[in-house]
Design a protein around this ligand. Structure first.
Ligand code: CP
Length: 304
């Protein structure tokens, strides 16, 4: 039995297989409409979500399976004090596969250790969000056709943004990837990513504050929101939340084939005027997330 906790749980060859499968599903969705007949996906979300939970549910329904679950800790027995370990034992009796989101780092791993069914980390605190990374990679694969030889700017809350941490882990494995981290001092990438992942792996990167200065160099700009829910005080959040706002003026500095991604939700960091720029791909990104999650469910359930 296999779980997905971290993007590194899949080799680059396995990722290629996953994206090939997602491509085939995209082209021939009808062929997959009954692959999960009789199977149940549980979505156990202890934190709010629109995309991740609903795209998992959409993915399972499109595969012919069924879904059950809870959308907040308050609507589950977590509110009565039940542990994640006990909950996953219960869910293992009801479902064939489980996607779990939890505000505590490592909660998905705790669940996986006690589970009798495959567990997918759908976001654990400020740590990892591997299926967002699959979505991001699927979008890059579909629209750029390569992962290597690129300069990738990651902008915003790089400290708490788990999608950023997962994407760095995944992309560091490809040749000639250069990272530019764009953030205020307080929201720089965590030390463990800088030292253990990048420096130890001899991955080239730079850290800057001004987005304008690096826009012309970028092949991909990955924008992120400031993660209000992970701040210790509201004052710091208010001070930092509008530090970056991507607008038409800044887009004018970028290459014509640069691509803007964002895991969403967007708050204020991308002006709506950018949405009509052909380089803005964040809404297409959402659609790829369904196909890649369909491919992931089939892979973990060994139904391919
Ligand atoms: N990208 C993402 O994780 O969105 P949700 O929080 O809406 O699931």
């Amino acid at each position: 039995m296999r779980h997905l906790m971290n993007p590194l749980d899949f080799s680059t060859e396995e990722l290629d297989d996953l994206f090939r499968l997602a491509d085939d599903i995209l082209l021939h969705e009808e062929r997959y409409a009954h692959r999960c007949d009789g199977k149940i996906l549980a979505t156990c979300f202890y934190e709010p979500s629109t995309r991740t939970r609903l795209s998992f549910e959409s993915a399972m329904l499109k595969l012919g399976g069924q879904v059950l679950g809870f959308a907040s800790a308050d609507s589950s027995s977590a509110a009565k004090g039940e542990s994640v370990s006990d909950t996953i034992r219960i869910i293992s009796c009801y479902a064939d596969i489980c996607a779990i989101r939890h505000p505590k780092e490592g909660a998905a791993l705790v669940a996986a250790q006690k589970s009798r069914i495959p567990v997918i980390n759908a976001g654990d605190g400020g740590h990892q969000h591997p299926t967002q990374t699959l979505t991001d990679l699927m979008t890059i694969h579909a629209l750029k056709g390569q992962f290597s030889d690129m300069t990738i700017g990651l902008c915003g809350d790089l400290k708490f943004g788990r999608t950023v941490h997962s994407l760095i882990e995944a992309l560091k494995r490809y040749a000639n990837v250069h990272f530019i981290f764009i953030s205020p001092e307080e929201l720089r990438i965590p030390g463990y990513i800088r030292e253990d992942v990048l420096e130890r792996g001899h991955i080239p990167f730079e850290e800057v504050r001004r987005l304008e200065d690096v826009m012309p160099k970028l092949d991909i700009l990955y924008m992120t929101r400031v993660q209000r829910e992970r701040f210790f005080n509201e004052e710091d959040y208010v001070r930092l939340k509008d530090y970056y706002i991507l607008n038409r003026e800044k887009m004018a500095l970028a290459k014509q084939d640069m691509m803007v991604l964002h895991p969403l939700p967007r708050v204020n960091e991308i002006s709506v005027e950018v949405d009509t720029d052909p380089r803005a791909k964040y809404f297409e990104q959402v659609q790829y997330g369904v196909y890649v999650r369909m491919a992931l469910i089939l892979t973990l359930l060994e139904l391919i």
